[in-house]
Design a protein around this ligand. Sequence first.
Ligand code: MSP
Length: 538
Amino acid sequence: MSQSAPLHPDQKPDQSPAYITTPIYYVNDRPHIGHAYTTTLCDVWARAMRFAGRDVFFLTGTDEHGVKVEKSAQARGIEPQALADENAAEFQKVMKMFNLTNDDFIRTTEPRHERQVQSLVKRLLETGDVYLGEFEGWYDEGQEEYVTETKAKETDFKSPISGKPLVRANERNYYFKLSAYQDRLETLFADHPGFVKPDARRNEVLGRLRGGLQDVPITRTNFTWGIPFPGDEEHVIYVWIDALLNYATALNLADADDDRHRYWPATFHVIGKEILWFHAVIWPAVLMALELPMPGCVYAHSFWISEGKKMSKSLGNFVDLPTIERYLDVYGLDAWRWYMVNNGPLGATDADFQAAGFHETYTSDLVNTVGNCASRTTAMLGKYFDGVVPADAGCEFPGWDLKASADEAVTAWRAALEDFALDNACAAGIGLLRTVDAFINATEPFKVAKDPERQDELASTLARCIEAVRIASVMLWPVIPQRMESLWLAIGCDIDPASGDLTTQACWGDSLVGAQTEKVALFPRIDAASTPMADVAS
Ligand code: MSP
C-alpha cells in the first residue's frame, strides 16, 4: 500500500503477506486489561489488513517457562505444567470472549516450540554466537537479574525494586555475544528510523544502545522449568530467549520449507514499553546471528493505569477479567474495543482507565455520533423514500463535496494503519460521519422534503449521506465489527470483509441505489448510573 495514493476501484489490492504478533503472556498471572489491550490492537490491525486483501497471520500465545511459573506452581502445590495448562486455557478463553481473530495461539511448552528452540540455539552455538563463559557480578535476587557495576553503584548496591542488598554472584553459563552486534544494531536503527515506534521509545533505546552492550547469559542452572540446553542438560535456556523465539517457531522457521515461512519477518511486533529492550535490541541481534531478515517495526505502547493510579489489587482499581466482563455486559464488546483503541496508551504516555471517561466516550462517539448519524440518515430515507435509497440527482451544494471528504478520509485511514496509528484510523472514520452530520444540518433535508419542487435536492442529499455512512462503516468495521455488520444488514448492503475487497468497498459509488433500508439504532443510550465504577481506596 502506498501512503499517499487515493483509492480507486481499478487499483489492485496489496495481497502481500503480513505478520503481526503480541507478546506471549506469562501464565503465572491471570489475564487483565493489559493483555486484552495489546491483543485487541493487533486484532484491529489484522482485521483491517485482511479486509484490505493482505494475507495476514496474527499470532498470540503464552510464555510458560521460567522460575516465576515454577514458584507459583510450588506455592499452589501443583506441577508447573498443570498451572500452565490452567492459565493458558484462561488466556484462550479471553481470545474467544473478545472475538479476537488470532490465526494461532502458541504455547512455549508445546513440542513444536521446544524442538525448534533447541535447534535454533544449537545453530547459535555452531556459529560461535553462543559460548560457555564465567561471569561474576552484582545480582538482584528478587528480580533474578544481574545489574551492571554502574547501576549497582547508583542504587547503593541495593535492588531498585525491592531495596534488598545486591549479592555478589558467580555463574558458569552460556552467553550470547550481544556485544558483537553493537555496530550492526546502530546501523539498523540509522537505516530504519521506523524500526521502533513511537519515536520517544526509539530514542530511549538508542540512548541505552550507545552506552555499550555486554554479552548476555542465556542459560540458567538454578531451576529446571525450562527447555534443556542442547548438549548440556544441566542448563535450561533462559526464559526470554525461549520466549522471543516463539515469533519464529510459530512459523516453523527452524524447519525446512513450510507454508508459513512466507509470513516472515513480522510487519509489527506489538508490545508494552517495559519489554522494549528485549525486542528492540536482543531480538534483532539474535536474528542477525541466525541470518534471518529483520522485523519491520517493534511498536511499544505505554501502560494503562486506572482511576489515576497504578493498577493494584489492594487499591481495588485493578481492571481484571471480572471487571471487564461488567463493562461488556453494560456497554457491549464494540464499545469496549472503541474505548481501548481511542482512549488507550497507544502513544508514548500512559492512559488512565476511568469509568466516567468510558461512559463519556461511549455516549459522545458511539451514541451521539456513529449511532445518531446512521439513525437520522436511515430515518429520513424511511420517511421520504419508503426506505429505498434514491439515485443521486446530481444537485450542487456549494461548499460541500461528500465524495471528496470520503476519499480524503479513506486515504488518511490507510496511512494511519500503515503507521499503526489506530486512533487516527478511527478519527478518519468518525470524522466522515461528523461531516455527514454537519452536511445534514446545513442542507436541512427535513425542510427541503416539505417542498415537492425540491425532490431532486432531497434525493441528492440523502443518497450522498447514506453512501458516506456506508464508507465510514467500512473504515470503522475493524474496531466495532458487530455494530457495523448490523448496519450493513439494515441498509441492505452486501459487504464481506473476508473477501478482501476493501479497495472496491471504500470507493464512492452507487451500489446502494434501490436498496431497501430500515431505521437503525446501533448504540443504545445508557444511564450513567449503570457504569461499573471502581471503588478505589485512597
Ligand atoms: N512473557 C513476557 C513477554 C514475552 S514476549 C516474547 C511478558 N509477559 S506479561 O504477561 O507480563 O505480558 C506483558 C505484556 O502485557 C506487556 O508488554 C503489554 O503488552 C501487556 N500489559 C501488561 N500490563 C499492561 C498495562 N498495565 N497496560 C498495557 N499493557 C500492559 O512480559
